[in-house]
Design a protein around this ligand. Structure first.
Ligand SMILES: NC(=O)c1ccc[n+]([C@@H]2O[C@H](COP(=O)([O-])OP(=O)(O)OC[C@H]3O[C@@H](n4cnc5c(N)ncnc54)[C@H](OP(=O)(O)O)[C@@H]3O)[C@@H](O)[C@H]2O)c1
Length: 183
């Protein structure tokens, strides 16, 4: 049976991650608010049949909980979840972890975080069956100049992380911290 993946915040910098998972043979559910943006992930994939759209606002906690329960009912337990969730939705990740852990099958969560997680790591959701791993998006320095990462650099870093077992992965660099670009 095919492995199941869920990508949250899929239609921005994680677009290529979703398509890569489909190329690896996963059935990939992509979550975001705008169905048109989600359909672009599928349209640009060489395995459109493996990409399943889930339009949902992760701020709507009850709706998100129901969407996760229905996802497990429809597709079975998830194997891998990649989550990029803005800090404006602090309830989203705990709800996702709670619902996806109900089947009691081990699954892996790659929590994609902004550079601030280097100094203030977010709390890890608790679940006996969820293997939590954190990806911190840093920045890059070229000589005296520094800049934030591009979508391609972020997607490549997340794809690399999916192929390792490290608990914390840094994409780009987080030190020297004072070289961090201005927002
Ligand atoms: N350290 C770094 O260098 C760093 C870190 C972060 C970001 N960035 C850069 O900044 C750019 C913009 O960042 P971004 O945060 O807008 O990320 P993004 O990945 O470009 O877009 C956000 C994704 O999350 C979805 N989303 C947003 N709000 C949502 C909600 N309430 N419910 C469900 N899904 C939601 C969006 O789709 P919908 O709008 O359709 O919901 C979209 O798929 C990125 O593309 C990246 O290049 C750099």
């Amino acid at each position: 049976m095919a492995q199941e993946a869920l990508v949250i915040g899929a239609s921005g910098m994680l677009t290529e991650v979703s398509r890569w998972l489909a190329r690896q043979g996963y059935q990939v559910t992509v979550l975001g608010r705008d169905p048109v943006k989600l359909s672009r992930i599928r349209d640009g994939s060489i395995h459109p049949e493996s990409i399943h759209m889930l339009p949902q606002d992760y701020h709507q906690t009850d709706g998100l909980r129901q969407a996760m329960a229905e996802l497990v009912e429809k597709r079975g337990p998830m194997d891998v979840v990649v989550a990029w969730i803005h800090s404006t939705a602090p309830r989203a990740l705990p709800v996702i972890v709670e619902e996806l852990s109900r089947p009691e099958k081990r699954w892996q969560l790659l929590h994609v975080c902004g550079s601030g997680a280097w100094k203030n790591p977010p709390s890890e959701p608790t679940s006996k069956v969820c293997n939590y791993r954190r990806i911190i998006l840093g920045f890059t320095c070229v000589g005296e100049h520094s800049r934030w990462l591009t979508n391609d650099e972020i997607a490549a870093g997340v794809i690399d992380a999916l192929q390792t077992t490290e608990r914390q992965i840094i994409v780009g660099q987080v030190e020297p911290w004072e070289k961090r670009p201005a927002k």
